[in-house]
Design a protein around this ligand. Sequence first.
Ligand code: DHB
Ligand code: MG
Length: 233
Amino acid sequence: MTKKKFWDRTEDPNWEAIDSFIAEHFLEADPALEAALAASDAAGLPPIQVDPLQGKLLTMLAAALGARNILEVGTLGGYSTIWLARGLTGGGRVITLDMNPEYAEIARKNFATAGLADRIEVRVAPALDTLAALDAEGAGPFDLVFIDADKPNTPHYFDWAVKLAREGSLIVVDNVVREGAILAAQSDSAHVKGLRDFYARVAADPRVSATAFQTVGSKGHDGLAIVRVTQAP
Ligand code: DHB
Ligand code: MG
Protein backbone atom coordinates (compact mmCIF):
# COMPACT_ATOMS: atom_id res chain seq x y z
CA MET A 1 0.00 0.00 0.00
CA THR A 2 1.36 3.37 -0.91
CA LYS A 3 1.71 5.69 1.97
CA LYS A 4 -0.63 8.62 1.79
CA LYS A 5 1.07 11.95 1.55
CA PHE A 6 0.34 14.22 4.45
CA TRP A 7 -0.97 16.90 2.15
CA ASP A 8 -3.84 16.82 -0.28
CA ARG A 9 -2.59 18.63 -3.25
CA THR A 10 -5.12 20.85 -4.92
CA GLU A 11 -5.24 20.60 -8.70
CA ASP A 12 -5.86 24.28 -9.04
CA PRO A 13 -3.80 26.05 -6.45
CA ASN A 14 -5.23 29.37 -5.58
CA TRP A 15 -2.13 31.43 -5.05
CA GLU A 16 -3.97 34.48 -3.79
CA ALA A 17 -6.08 32.53 -1.30
CA ILE A 18 -2.90 30.90 -0.01
CA ASP A 19 -1.24 34.30 0.33
CA SER A 20 -4.28 35.44 2.29
CA PHE A 21 -4.13 32.35 4.49
CA ILE A 22 -0.47 32.96 5.31
CA ALA A 23 -1.10 36.65 5.88
CA GLU A 24 -3.99 35.92 8.23
CA HIS A 25 -1.67 33.82 10.35
CA PHE A 26 1.57 35.75 10.18
CA LEU A 27 0.69 39.41 9.61
CA GLU A 28 -1.05 41.80 11.92
CA ALA A 29 -3.31 44.69 11.06
CA ASP A 30 -0.96 47.47 10.12
CA PRO A 31 -2.52 50.95 9.97
CA ALA A 32 0.70 52.71 8.87
CA LEU A 33 1.25 50.41 5.91
CA GLU A 34 -2.43 50.44 5.02
CA ALA A 35 -2.36 54.25 5.10
CA ALA A 36 0.73 54.25 2.88
CA LEU A 37 -1.01 52.04 0.34
CA ALA A 38 -4.19 54.14 0.44
CA ALA A 39 -2.22 57.37 -0.05
CA SER A 40 -0.21 55.88 -2.91
CA ASP A 41 -3.39 54.61 -4.54
CA ALA A 42 -5.16 57.96 -4.11
CA ALA A 43 -2.21 59.69 -5.78
CA GLY A 44 -2.44 57.32 -8.75
CA LEU A 45 0.86 55.52 -8.19
CA PRO A 46 1.06 52.14 -9.93
CA PRO A 47 0.28 49.31 -7.45
CA ILE A 48 3.57 47.54 -8.01
CA GLN A 49 5.01 47.61 -4.49
CA VAL A 50 6.13 44.36 -2.88
CA ASP A 51 3.42 42.29 -1.27
CA PRO A 52 3.20 42.39 2.54
CA LEU A 53 4.70 38.95 3.12
CA GLN A 54 7.72 39.91 1.04
CA GLY A 55 7.86 43.26 2.79
CA LYS A 56 8.09 41.45 6.09
CA LEU A 57 10.98 39.42 4.71
CA LEU A 58 12.79 42.73 4.18
CA THR A 59 12.22 43.67 7.83
CA MET A 60 13.45 40.26 8.96
CA LEU A 61 16.59 40.35 6.81
CA ALA A 62 17.42 43.84 8.06
CA ALA A 63 16.89 42.79 11.66
CA ALA A 64 18.88 39.56 11.25
CA LEU A 65 21.79 41.54 9.79
CA GLY A 66 21.62 44.10 12.59
CA ALA A 67 21.47 46.61 9.75
CA ARG A 68 22.18 50.24 10.55
CA ASN A 69 22.75 51.41 7.01
CA ILE A 70 20.23 50.38 4.36
CA LEU A 71 19.98 51.47 0.74
CA GLU A 72 16.95 51.13 -1.47
CA VAL A 73 16.91 51.79 -5.20
CA GLY A 74 13.33 52.60 -6.29
CA THR A 75 11.16 54.27 -3.66
CA LEU A 76 7.77 54.49 -5.36
CA GLY A 77 5.39 55.35 -2.48
CA GLY A 78 7.80 54.11 0.17
CA TYR A 79 5.93 50.94 1.07
CA SER A 80 8.95 48.63 1.00
CA THR A 81 11.02 51.42 2.56
CA ILE A 82 8.79 51.30 5.65
CA TRP A 83 9.30 47.55 5.92
CA LEU A 84 13.08 48.03 5.58
CA ALA A 85 13.21 50.84 8.15
CA ARG A 86 11.33 48.71 10.67
CA GLY A 87 14.21 46.26 10.63
CA LEU A 88 16.85 48.88 11.45
CA THR A 89 19.02 48.43 14.50
CA GLY A 90 19.77 51.30 16.89
CA GLY A 91 20.11 54.69 15.31
CA GLY A 92 20.26 53.33 11.77
CA ARG A 93 18.92 54.90 8.61
CA VAL A 94 17.57 54.04 5.20
CA ILE A 95 18.52 55.99 2.11
CA THR A 96 16.03 55.46 -0.70
CA LEU A 97 16.43 56.67 -4.27
CA ASP A 98 13.85 57.69 -6.84
CA MET A 99 13.98 60.10 -9.74
CA ASN A 100 10.28 60.94 -9.56
CA PRO A 101 9.65 63.95 -7.28
CA GLU A 102 5.93 63.19 -7.04
CA TYR A 103 6.61 59.68 -5.81
CA ALA A 104 9.14 61.07 -3.34
CA GLU A 105 6.60 63.55 -1.98
CA ILE A 106 4.03 60.80 -1.36
CA ALA A 107 6.71 58.58 0.15
CA ARG A 108 7.87 61.30 2.56
CA LYS A 109 4.29 61.76 3.77
CA ASN A 110 3.96 58.01 4.21
CA PHE A 111 7.16 57.94 6.29
CA ALA A 112 5.84 60.72 8.50
CA THR A 113 2.54 58.88 9.01
CA ALA A 114 4.49 55.74 9.90
CA GLY A 115 6.61 57.69 12.41
CA LEU A 116 9.78 56.93 10.45
CA ALA A 117 10.59 60.29 8.87
CA ASP A 118 13.71 60.75 10.99
CA ARG A 119 15.17 57.42 9.89
CA ILE A 120 14.59 57.63 6.13
CA GLU A 121 16.18 59.94 3.59
CA VAL A 122 14.75 60.14 0.07
CA ARG A 123 17.11 61.34 -2.65
CA VAL A 124 15.47 62.51 -5.83
CA ALA A 125 17.61 62.10 -8.95
CA PRO A 126 18.42 59.36 -11.45
CA ALA A 127 19.64 56.59 -9.17
CA LEU A 128 22.90 56.07 -11.06
CA ASP A 129 23.84 59.68 -10.26
CA THR A 130 22.93 59.32 -6.60
CA LEU A 131 24.83 56.04 -6.32
CA ALA A 132 27.97 57.73 -7.61
CA ALA A 133 27.38 60.59 -5.16
CA LEU A 134 26.91 58.19 -2.24
CA ASP A 135 30.18 56.51 -3.16
CA ALA A 136 31.96 59.87 -3.33
CA GLU A 137 30.49 60.84 0.06
CA GLY A 138 31.61 57.60 1.65
CA ALA A 139 27.98 56.90 2.64
CA GLY A 140 28.56 53.16 2.65
CA PRO A 141 29.06 50.44 3.44
CA PHE A 142 25.42 49.42 3.34
CA ASP A 143 24.44 46.29 5.24
CA LEU A 144 21.41 45.67 3.04
CA VAL A 145 20.50 46.94 -0.42
CA PHE A 146 17.08 46.46 -1.98
CA ILE A 147 16.93 46.95 -5.75
CA ASP A 148 13.41 47.43 -7.10
CA ALA A 149 13.57 50.15 -9.73
CA ASP A 150 13.69 50.42 -13.55
CA LYS A 151 14.61 46.94 -14.71
CA PRO A 152 16.96 47.83 -17.60
CA ASN A 153 19.37 49.38 -15.08
CA THR A 154 19.26 46.46 -12.63
CA PRO A 155 22.76 45.22 -13.58
CA HIS A 156 24.20 48.71 -13.03
CA TYR A 157 22.43 49.06 -9.70
CA PHE A 158 23.80 45.67 -8.75
CA ASP A 159 27.36 46.75 -9.60
CA TRP A 160 26.97 49.81 -7.39
CA ALA A 161 25.41 47.75 -4.60
CA VAL A 162 28.44 45.47 -4.49
CA LYS A 163 30.76 48.46 -4.57
CA LEU A 164 28.90 50.05 -1.66
CA ALA A 165 28.71 46.83 0.38
CA ARG A 166 30.86 45.14 2.99
CA GLU A 167 31.62 41.48 3.45
CA GLY A 168 28.37 39.90 4.61
CA SER A 169 26.03 42.50 3.12
CA LEU A 170 22.89 41.29 1.39
CA ILE A 171 21.57 42.62 -1.89
CA VAL A 172 17.92 41.78 -2.55
CA VAL A 173 16.60 42.20 -6.07
CA ASP A 174 12.91 42.20 -6.95
CA ASN A 175 11.22 40.98 -10.13
CA VAL A 176 13.87 38.54 -11.26
CA VAL A 177 11.42 36.10 -12.87
CA ARG A 178 8.68 38.19 -14.54
CA GLU A 179 6.39 35.27 -15.37
CA GLY A 180 9.34 33.44 -16.87
CA ALA A 181 10.26 36.24 -19.25
CA ILE A 182 13.87 35.83 -18.13
CA LEU A 183 14.05 32.65 -20.22
CA ALA A 184 13.62 34.66 -23.41
CA ALA A 185 17.26 34.78 -24.47
CA GLN A 186 16.42 36.48 -27.76
CA SER A 187 14.10 39.06 -26.24
CA ASP A 188 14.70 42.62 -27.35
CA SER A 189 12.92 43.95 -24.27
CA ALA A 190 15.28 46.18 -22.32
CA HIS A 191 13.65 44.89 -19.12
CA VAL A 192 14.39 41.26 -19.94
CA LYS A 193 17.89 42.06 -21.18
CA GLY A 194 18.60 43.96 -17.97
CA LEU A 195 17.48 41.10 -15.78
CA ARG A 196 19.36 38.49 -17.81
CA ASP A 197 22.46 40.65 -17.63
CA PHE A 198 22.00 40.82 -13.85
CA TYR A 199 22.01 37.00 -13.64
CA ALA A 200 25.09 36.78 -15.83
CA ARG A 201 26.97 39.30 -13.70
CA VAL A 202 26.10 37.56 -10.47
CA ALA A 203 27.16 34.22 -11.94
CA ALA A 204 30.50 35.66 -13.06
CA ASP A 205 31.28 37.60 -9.89
CA PRO A 206 33.53 35.72 -7.44
CA ARG A 207 32.75 38.24 -4.69
CA VAL A 208 29.14 37.14 -4.28
CA SER A 209 27.01 34.10 -3.59
CA ALA A 210 23.39 34.12 -4.66
CA THR A 211 20.06 32.42 -4.61
CA ALA A 212 16.71 33.33 -6.08
CA PHE A 213 13.26 31.92 -5.67
CA GLN A 214 10.05 32.16 -7.60
CA THR A 215 7.13 33.86 -5.94
CA VAL A 216 3.42 33.57 -6.62
CA GLY A 217 0.43 35.20 -5.02
CA SER A 218 -1.13 38.61 -5.07
CA LYS A 219 1.60 39.95 -7.38
CA GLY A 220 1.46 37.12 -9.88
CA HIS A 221 4.41 34.93 -10.82
CA ASP A 222 7.75 36.61 -10.22
CA GLY A 223 10.85 36.13 -8.08
CA LEU A 224 13.30 37.57 -5.60
CA ALA A 225 17.07 37.21 -5.70
CA ILE A 226 19.18 37.37 -2.55
CA VAL A 227 22.86 37.98 -3.10
CA ARG A 228 25.41 37.83 -0.30
CA VAL A 229 28.66 39.70 -0.65
CA THR A 230 31.27 37.18 0.46
CA GLN A 231 34.40 39.23 -0.23
CA ALA A 232 34.84 42.84 0.72
CA PRO A 233 34.86 44.77 -2.57
C1 DHB B 1 6.77 46.45 -12.22
C2 DHB B 1 7.81 46.85 -11.41
C3 DHB B 1 8.02 46.23 -10.21
O1 DHB B 1 9.05 46.57 -9.40
C4 DHB B 1 7.17 45.21 -9.78
O2 DHB B 1 7.42 44.63 -8.58
C5 DHB B 1 6.13 44.80 -10.58
C6 DHB B 1 5.92 45.43 -11.81
C7 DHB B 1 6.56 47.14 -13.52
O3 DHB B 1 7.31 48.07 -13.82
O4 DHB B 1 5.65 46.74 -14.23
MG1 MG C 1 9.30 45.23 -7.83
